[in-house]
Design a protein around this ligand. Structure first.
Ligand SMILES: Cc1cc2nc3c(=O)[nH]c(=O)nc-3n(C[C@H](O)[C@H](O)[C@H](O)COP(=O)(O)OP(=O)(O)OC[C@H]3O[C@@H](n4cnc5c(N)ncnc54)[C@H](O)[C@@H]3O)c2cc1C
Length: 239
């Protein structure tokens, strides 16, 4: 059994997934509640909308997540973020559910966020409580715009992709290594290493999941040959 958010960080096999896939997408799971500077967001809420709601309300804390597609559940599970910060910095508490329907909470410091991972093992994240701070809406909007422009200039945003394919090895940039290995533009079937950001794979017309997997393997092998470093996947492959 797997729990699906918005699928922004997934490569799903051409043959589908062996097992049940559950998505928390009723209206109740898209709720967001503000109580002063505390925000409780349910797993199915859309991160991008939440960033904008926070701007309107003059709440600071989520602007670092500008331009990251996904649901609150998926973003907490992945500790989504980047150069500007990650969601784990503001999450104080999560409500979780186990396979038998048992609901329980996990708070910091027991709740730990690391680079693109958390120590949440329960299969369902139901909601997350975040501690924001009051800020100047204009200043928050300026930060959102700056990050948005940065992403627009550096990522192939108007293409079909699943964000960064590989995690950055400690202190290194996976994209820069792929670029230095001369792999920008490398293509397998309909899958192509982006010319704009080498850690992105763009799915062109007719692209299959198999094409992307084979391109991933080719990139990994060439980077290993060039730098003797094993790149680790940031995306998840479901088959
Ligand atoms: C154009 C683009 C840019 C991106 N940029 C970034 C970036 O800058 N930084 C970054 O970190 N990521 C980035 N990503 C990846 C992706 O947006 C994030 O990982 C996002 O947080 C995934 O959310 P999702 O809802 O789509 O999760 P999914 O992809 O659906 O799932 C991701 C993981 O979370 C689990 N999950 C989802 N919902 C729940 C739940 N309710 N309970 C328990 N587990 C759950 C899934 O089982 C899976 O393991 C980018 C992706 C794209 C397409």
């Amino acid at each position: 059994m797997r729990v699906l958010g918005f699928g922004s960080n997934l490569l799903i096999s051409d043959n589908g997934v062996k097992g049940a896939v559950i998505k928390l997408d009723t209206e109740q799971f898209a709720r967001t509640e503000f109580e002063e500077t505390t925000l409780t967001a349910w797993a199915g809420a859309e991160l991008a909308k939440l960033v904008l709601t926070c701007v309107q309300k003059g709440m600071s804390g989520l602007e670092a997540l500008t331009g990251i597609p996904g649901s609150v559940g998926g973003s907490v599970k992945m500790n989504a973020g980047g150069n500007f910060g990650d969601i784990g910095a503001v999450v104080e508490k999560v409500t979780l559910m186990d396979n038998t329907g048992g609901v329980f909470e996990k708070s910091k410091p027991e709740l730990i966020f690391d680079y693109r991972r958390t120590n949440i093992m329960a299969p369902f994240i139901l909601n997350a409580q975040m501690q924001l701070s009051q800020g100047d809406p204009e200043q928050i909007m300026r930060s959102v715009k700056e990050i948005w422009i940065y992403k627009k200039n550096n990522q192939p945003l108007n293409t079909k992709n699943s964000g960064c394919i590989f995690k950055n090895p400690r202190g290194l940039s996976a994209g820069a290594m792929i670029d230095r290995a001369g792999l920008k533009g490398l293509q397998v079937g309909g899958a192509k290493v982006s010319e704009k950001h080498a850690n992105f794979i763009v799915a062109q017309k007719g692209c299959t999941s198999k094409d992307v997997s084979r391109l991933i393997d080719a990139v990994k092998q060439r980077v290993k040959e060039h730098f003797d470093i094993e790149l680790e996947l940031e995306i998840e492959i479901w088959e």
